[in-house]
Design a binder for this molecule. Structure first.
Ligand SMILES: [Fe+2]
Ligand SMILES: [Fe+2]
Length: 304
């Protein structure tokens, strides 16, 4: 069994977009290392109830933010399918959409943003959001994230989202930059950027935003890799979408995790961890986030 690498720090382990790449060894790794919280950023499968069931059954503390792929047919039909209804039922309170989970060991509250995000300026199906959450504009969604944060017990906040916020760059290789179609443009979520602005306005500190969705390997320029870790002021932005998250190497088949070590509301260390088919760590690399000098752009409070 792995002993805790940093016994005095709390362990938050992040699992990027699965797209069905989930092995028994990955479950074993979480059971062996016992994170204080495991955070799944979504895209488990394409409305794949069995994938949802296997994540929900993990006997570890966890939260999930379902992605656009997890509601794929529902967006097509603009209404919640039976499969999505069942997925939400199976996950229950572990689906952190517009909700909060306390992690006292880390000194933080985890606030869930909008689920199913496709990125960009559109909600894709306001009907679907209205049906499930009573939200049908970006502004209402920002208000729902903000309301969740107001219930947080800690001043130090970690946000879990499927896609990251607007305002972190418009180049294809930027952390949430658009690399497909006509490449270029900021593909971040406006509701999330607005919610962060309002949460900080309340005097809370957003210490990290954990998301995925924008896969690490770019469509344009083909094969290039995007920036996955950025720090702006006191906020760390993590894009955990290393896809596919299982890779073949000379050392065998390894899977990707991001591990963050926390104490008293501070993230002391971030690592990318590669896990072998026995659930043991094959490689750990400490992450150095790219520092952004410009302050966050002000988000228009009045636009829908
Ligand atoms: Fe994805
Ligand atoms: Fe996605």
């Amino acid at each position: 069994m792995d002993s805790p690498a940093h016994p005095n720090l709390a362990n938050l382990t992040v699992i990027g977009d699965l797209h069905r790449w989930w092995r028994p060894a990955d479950a074993a790794f979480l059971e062996l290392t016992r994170p204080d919280l495991s955070l799944f950023v979504g895209d488990l499968g394409d409305e794949d109830v069995e994938m949802v069931r296997s994540i929900a059954a993990l006997p570890v503390p966890k939260v999930v933010m379902l992605g656009n792929h997890d509601a794929w047919q529902s967006f097509g039909r603009r209404t919640c399918t039976e499969k999505l209804t069942e997925s939400l039922h199976i996950l229950g309170e572990d689906h952190l959409a517009y909700a909060v989970r306390e992690v006292p060991a880390a000194g933080i509250s985890v606030v869930g943003a909008r689920p199913f995000s496709w990125g960009g300026q559109s909600l894709r199906s306001p009907e679907l959001y209205d049906e499930i959450y009573g939200v049908h504009t970006m502004r209402q969604s920002a208000a729902a994230i903000f309301d969740a944060a107001r219930n947080a017990h800690h001043r130090d906040i970690v946000i879990l989202a499927h896609n990251g916020p607007l305002g972190l760059g418009d180049q294809p290789e930027d952390i949430f930059g658009k690399d497909f179609g006509k490449p270029g443009g900021d593909w971040g979520d406006r509701d999330l950027a607005l919610a962060i602005q309002r949460i900080e306005g309340l005097g809370l500190r957003v210490r990290a935003v954990i998301a995925g969705h924008m896969h690490h390997r770019l469509a344009h320029p083909r094969g290039a890799e995007r920036t996955r870790f950025v720090r702006r002021g006191e906020t760390l932005f993590v894009n955990a979408a290393y896809v596919p998250r299982v890779v073949r190497t000379p050392a065998g088949e390894l899977s990707h995790f991001v591990r963050m070590w926390w104490a008293g509301g501070d993230c002391e260390r971030i690592e990318e961890v590669w896990v072998d088919i026995h659930g043991n760590i094959a490689d750990v690399e400490e992450v150095r986030a790219v520092e952004l000098d410009e302050p966050a752009p002000i988000v228009d409070e009045t636009s829908e």
